[in-house]
Design a binder for this molecule. Sequence first.
Ligand code: HSE
Length: 438
Amino acid sequence: MLEKSVKIGLAGFGNVGAGVWKNLEANRKLIEGRSGVHLEITRVAVRDPKKQRDVQIPAGIVTTDWRELIDADDVDVVVELIGGTDAAFDLVTSALKAGKIVVTGNKALLAERGVEIFRIAEENNVPVFYEAAVAGGIPIIKAVQESLIGNHIEGIYGIINGTSNYIMTRMTEAGLAFEDALKEASDLGYAEADPYLDISGWDAAHKAAILASLSYGYWVRTEDLHVEGIDRVTSADIHYAEKLGYVIKLLSVVKAHGDGEIEVRTQPSLIPSGHILASVNGVFNAVSVHGDISGECLFYGSGAGQDPTSSSVLSDIVDAAHAVTKDHRGLGFTAHALYGKTMPVQDTVSEYYLRITVNDQPGVISAIATTLANHGIGIRATSSLKPSEMKENGFDEVILVLHAAKFGVLQQAVTEIEALDCVTDSVVCFRVEDLDSK
Ligand code: HSE
């Protein structure tokens, strides 16, 4: 019989909440043996108590009002898994003000309102744990917070949205249409309740903002994030990229520059097909962290889904239980002033892939090349379809890989290219990422 007991209130019993209950029961002996604490879920707040669930919970502990978790004497730790940013903010901040330790997997909430949440955590000396907020089952938060604490983080490259990666993998490997691949991702419990967050790049961007904030000691504002999603990636782009020696991934890049500025951006990006990140497929995520002392550390695992995500929540529940029993008060985020400025995306530099839809007429290539040259941008490679493939696609496209340039300069050149008579549609532009640069 364990001497210490910690009481947990679970707010939200969807895919992840049910996974937390199920896996705590399945591995209870192991978790309690390792932690030395008895963990008891005393209350569960749900939206619809009548809903049919695969995982059964005793009716006596169910409520439809999360406020009961805040007021109850038999809740030490509040686990927020309701999602969204409005009620979840009220729930988290009410818990902190009531002195209850918070566990949350809510990346949108932390990215958008982290400043307020950690201020309230500090005022009340109550910690917030959020391992499940980034990269599902990969223990990346604690790796950055604890294991790499002795390092300046030079850069982070992450594939951190399982749904987007799953969709692009299924489009590439099984030839699935975008919509069908998205339906699979939703059926498997990978996609957000609103899959727009996945497809638009915002889910990954929220996670990138959290990693950047942890790495650089100031809470990065969501308005300073550059975000593009996978909605403009076509099978043709995947095919062209392959011919050029790349794969396309939704990549989040967090990078520090010598002057203390950092860049935080999420975009479909071409990465060399021989690079280890290129083989991260399906729902898997990978985060490559470059520390100035550690060198590159690569973290790989399932980025979404009930079991992997609940593994991260369980680790936070144990940390929270230790914070209850041992009065440990690492608050979850510690600000410092070594960095503090996010670089405007226009100043960020990379190579680019352009897909330009054109009327096939003399002088097309030279008009485009001249426009790029006027902005000092050179062409590094081109790709073209075989005649048979051209017919299938039914239009003429110019595919270019450009030498490195500032994004702002590239945008000006693209605007001028789009104004050319021979160009018939908006230009598709993805980054080509040099993953070895610091
Ligand atoms: N929708 C998210 C993803 C869930 O696909 O990565 C995990 O955060």
